[in-house]
Structure formats: structure tokens, C-alpha cells
Design a protein around this ligand. Structure first.
Ligand code: NAP
Length: 326
């Protein structure tokens, strides 16, 4: 097993790397080096989004890499997401076109509905989470069915090889499933040792869908993100958890490596973010050890059942996803 050869087979038969680079909060001037470092280290999956406002820089880094002949387009799996300001049927195609243009690609491997949230289109399209009176300015309900039909057209047109969702609860996933001609391959959700999503995982497995874990090491940098999506309450830091620290000493690895290895052994797709070259390399270096069953159980034992990304500023919306247990 190695970083560049470890895949899952999606429910449409396509292969997807289990391990990749996250890029939320990676500034354009930092993300180019991050992408180059990651690809050099063997990463073959890059996760971005219209909302991250860094697709253009990622596109430049990919273009340089492909032109250098080190890798071909088909060697790399690129995931991006529908803008939260364009989560309505009439706007899906333009969000996809904008992302493809910025990424300098003719297709992405995976296109996700970023969240069950349709923000009002702001005057400034870079204002990805428009806020009014202290709350997210969005439609009360999302036309999931209509949006999904437009997502399916992107597959027909070859612009997205696979499509999926993100931040959906089980009932919302069910609404998509009922109308789907093309099934979602994954649901990208918060998933780490403090919030391991075992119930959602069991539910999704029924449909041969795999979780794509965001914030796999506990998103230690999240509090510098927008107030609209992250809970500001200081929470225990996953990387400092004593059980993880003990395992790090035992296996002679870092806490981040223990957390990522745990997800790898659960066969959950993960996309740790870093713009620090040494951390990008370190995070990918998890293929040379195995956590014992007893130590996997010890990591399962630190589940706190509390999510960090509560997006409380959207909790007034009818389609707010995080009130449900699963
Ligand atoms: N779909 C969604 O709604 C959604 C929401 C959140 C995230 N995501 C995706 O998931 C990705 C990962 O989630 P995330 O960025 O929230 O959190 P994360 O990957 O759990 O943590 C990233 C943070 O950890 C630091 N870090 C990375 N490796 C480290 C190491 N070995 N030791 C110590 N610190 C380390 C990074 O700092 P430096 O960069 O300074 O090194 C950064 O501050 C995102 O980047 C994004 O692609 C999606």
C-alpha cells in the first residue's frame, strides 16, 4: 500500500484515492506550493471548492505540473464543489463552468453540492456566505431535486466524472436518492476521532456510498475561518488528546499521523489540509505502520459526539442539516 496507489471503488465503479490534500483556508499564494509538494509526495487527490477562492491558483499549479510531464491529467483526482451562492437549478451549470475555467480543466473527477444551503446571489460573487441581520442570507428551502437533475447533466456532458453531496444528513440524502438517475458517490462531512460519524457511515454503506472526511485531524485552524460556518466555542484540541499522544509515542508517529492512519484503516477517504511542506509530507507518511485492533478501539473510545462545524448562522433555515442525529 502506498499513498499514490490506495483507492476505494465508488458505487459507479470508478476509483478514487483514499488520501488527498484539503485546501480550505489555503490562500492562493500558498496553495500552489502546497499542491506541488503534495503531488511530489505522491498525493493524487486534491479537494477544493468555488467557495475557497483558490481554484485559479490550484489550476495554475496543476497546469505547470501536467506541462512538466511529471503526471498526466488522468493520474490526478480533482474534487470541487457547487458554490453555496449557486445552489439552485438555474445556476448549477454556471458554477461548474466557472470552476472548470479557473482550474484550467475540461472535467473534474468529482463535483459535490457543497451544502444543503442556497445563499442569495450577492452583488459580489466572491462574497460566498452573504450575511443579513447576523444570519446567513439564504432561501429557506433548497430545491434538492432540481439541483440534482442539473448535477446529473454535468455527468452526461462529461464535465464531472462523478457527483456527490456534502454536509447532508440522512433524510436529505434520501431526498436525492429518490429522484437520482445518477447516484451520489459520497457525502463529504466532518469526520474525525472526536466525531467519527459511525451512524452516518452505516447508513451510507447501505447504498455503497463512502464518507469523505473533512477536518480529519480536527481542523486546528478553523477558528480563523468565517464565523458563519464554524462554532466559535473553544473545544478540546484533538491533536492534544492524551490517548492520541500515547499512541503517537508508542508508534513513533505524530498525533496527526495516528488520526489519519485510524481513518485509513476505517477505509474512509480523507483530505487533511496543510500549506506547510513538512506537514504535507508527514501527513502522507502513514502507509508504513498499522494500528492494532486494540489501538483502533482506543481511538474509537475518544468519540465525543460533538461536531465543530455547526454552522449556527444557518440554523434558522428549514433545510439546516445538523439538527438531525444522523
Ligand atoms: N465540505 C465542507 O463543508 C468542508 C468543511 C471543512 C473542510 N473541508 C475540506 O476538508 C479539508 C480538511 O479540513 P480542515 O482544513 O477543516 O481541517 P484539518 O485538515 O483537520 O486541519 C487543517 C489544519 O491543521 C494544520 N495541520 C495540518 N497538518 C498538521 C500536522 N501534521 N500537525 C499539526 N497541524 C497540522 C493545518 O495548518 P497549516 O496549513 O498551517 O500547516 C491546518 O490549520 C479542508 O481543507 C477542505 O478541503 C470541507
Amino acid at each position: 500500500m502506498s499513498i499514490s496507489t490506495t483507492h476505494v471503488t465508488l458505487n459507479n465503479g470508478k476509483k478514487m484515492p483514499l488520501f488527498g490534500l484539503g485546501t480550505w483556508q489555503s490562500k492562493p499564494e500558498e496553495v500552489k506550493t502546497a499542491v506541488r509538494t503534495a503531488l511530489d509526495a505522491g498525493y493524487r487527490l486534491i479537494d477544493t471548492a468555488y467557495n475557497y477562492l483558490n481554484e485559479e491558483a490550484i489550476g495554475e499549479a496543476l497546469d505547470e505540473y501536467f506541462k512538466s510531464g511529471k503526471l498526466k491529467r488522468e493520474d490526478v483526482f480533482i474534487c470541487t464543489k457547487l458554490a453555496t451562492i449557486y445552489t439552485r437549478p438555474a445556476d448549477v451549470a454556471r458554477s461548474m463552468s466557472a470552476s472548470l475555467q479557473k482550474l484550467k480543466l475540461s472535467y473534474v473527477d468529482l463535483f459535490l453540492i457543497h451544502a444543503p444551503m442556497a445563499c442569495k446571489v450577492p452583488d459580489d460573487p466572491t462574497n460566498v456566505f452573504p450575511v443579513k441581520d447576523g444570519k446567513i442570507d439564504a432561501e429557506d428551502r433548497v430545491d434538492f431535486e432540481g439541483v440534482w437533475k442539473e448535477m446529473e447533466k454535468l455527468v452526461d456532458e462529461g464535465k464531472a466524472k462523478s457527483i456527490g453531496i456534502s454536509n447532508f444528513n440522512a433524510a436529505q440524502l434520501e431526498r436525492i436518492r429518490k429522484v437520482a438517475r445518477v447516484m451520489p458517490v459520497t457525502n463529504q462531512v466532518e469526520c474525525h476521532a472526536f466525531f467519527p460519524q459511525t451512524k452516518l457511515e452505516t447508513y451510507m454503506k447501505k447504498y455503497n456510498m463512502t464518507i469523505m472526511a473533512y477536518s480529519p485531524i480536527g481542523s486546528p485552524g478553523r477558528l480563523s475561518g468565517p464565523t458563519s460556518i464554524t462554532d466559535r466555542t473553544p473545544t478540546p484540541v484533538l491533536l492534544d488528546d492524551p490517548v492520541i499522544a500515547k499512541l503517537a509515542t508508542k508508534y513513533n508517529k505524530s498525533p496527526a499521523q495516528i488520526l489519519l492512519r485510524n481513518l485509513l484503516q476505517r477505509r474512509i477517504i480523507m483530505i487533511p489540509k496543510s500549506v506547510t511542506p513538512s506537514r504535507i509530507q508527514q501527513n502522507g507518511n502513514i502507509f508504513d505502520f498499522t494500528l492494532s485492533d486494540e489501538d483502533m478501539a482506543a481511538v474509537a473510545g475518544i468519540d465525543r459526539g460533538v461536531r465543530m462545524f455547526k454552522a449556527e448562522m444557518m440554523s434558522h433555515l428549514e433545510d439546516y442539516p445538523f439538527s438531525a442525529d444522523v
